[in-house]
Design a protein around this ligand. Sequence first.
Ligand code: ACM
Length: 504
Amino acid sequence: MPLPALVPAVASIDASGDAPFHLTSDVRIEGETDAAAALSAILEARTGLALGADGGPATVTLQVEPGGAAESYRLTTDADSVVVIGADAAGLFYGVQTLGQLVARGDDGWVVPAVTIEDSPRFAYRGVMLDVARHFHPVKTVEAYIDRAATLKFNALHLHLTDDQGWRLHLDSRPELTAAASATSVGGDPGGFYSKADYREIVAYAASRHMIVVPEIDMPGHTHAVGLAYPALVEEPVLSEHIHETVRVYGGDLPVTGVAYDGIAVGFSSLRIHDEATYEFVADVFGELAGMTPGPYLHLGGDEALGTAPEDFAQFVARASDIIADLGKTPVAWHEAGAAAGLADTTIGQYWGFVTPTDGMDDRARAFVRNGAQLILSPADAIYLDMKHSADSPLGLVWANGPTSVARAYSWEPSDVIAGIDDTDILGVEAPLWTETIRALDDIDEMTFPRIAAAAEAGWSPATGASDLRTWASFRERVGAQGPLWASLGIRFHASDEIPWVAE
Ligand code: ACM
């Protein structure tokens, strides 16, 4: 019989072909309360059945039994019972997500096929990034995105909180940032910001779905908004030919000192590198952020600092990474920072070059590993979810070799991207969503699903070649089977014609 369609592919599955478990109103869910609540919500959305601790003799048992690999679980079903055992609470939660995908309509009602699954993640870090600077996205949208990502076993939400277009987090130490630099988004759309209570709510909501929040304050470039609040901290915009060209192609105005910027050009802004006030600012911002971020990582940006001289850039990222390390946190930086001697040696590098590296971007990524740290892989021509999925898509950009098909999002192998880098050097995989053209949750759904599932599989599932399931032919069938579940969860996915969507 064909294997049930699961995404991301599980490490091991055995389908006995025996009689399935029947999911009826007689079924009782027993065990860990949080996991039971998560399962009840999925089953109610998918089947309309409201199952809980009451019910008949057939049981779904959800338990934690420490001992296995972090985030791993075992799921066993037969005609009489379903048992999910997590090695920890996250593992149990992931087993529940898998169980949600196993539910199918049988000849006489809802069933779960008889299977034995043993599953654990390939990489410890599986992230999605949301840019809330180019367009601000309210807390409820962020929470909906967390819900979506968690169903695919992502465990990190990277929030790109600041950029030229806006500063989106209130800080008591630097209140002018949101007071002066949060009102607008790209194209003159409304802006906004998170209060500290909002941020804490997002962190807590993510934790309830076993995700950490990785906040990014992008520096020393991408800092035009800082200058609206603290003019003394920034340089004049550097208006290169590239900036003029972007404005010619995409419209908008050239950036002007002290005026909110709502275009999409990048690489014109810089903090003042040789002014101690800049480092007092960096210390205030990351110090306050560290106090409200329980996760281990603070992201300092470091990308596209084209308005900063290379030696100044190196000096800046070295000091900023030290400030973060001294706060007891692990710095994360985009791969450009790998060029800097003196970077704190715990700094994680985030590679955003192409699947086949160009322009020495792989050298800069390898530098983090030479320092003794690891990499997060975000190859832009595969898993930048803001690339148009097709030429006629009204949303998205194309600069990263776009449009990016689902097949291209899927067809890469993490250990093959950067020569000399293997699994032990890779912390994980992250799929960014930049929001120059993305205004609302429907836009997020349209751009992320189904390609987000390809990133999930790169992060969670066995390596390409280590599992029969890790082929495009298998993936497209398995993704096609998720349509009814995604629709029942309210996800307005892009019904790509590369995928054989099933109706039910
Ligand atoms: C990036 O896309 N500038 C990280």
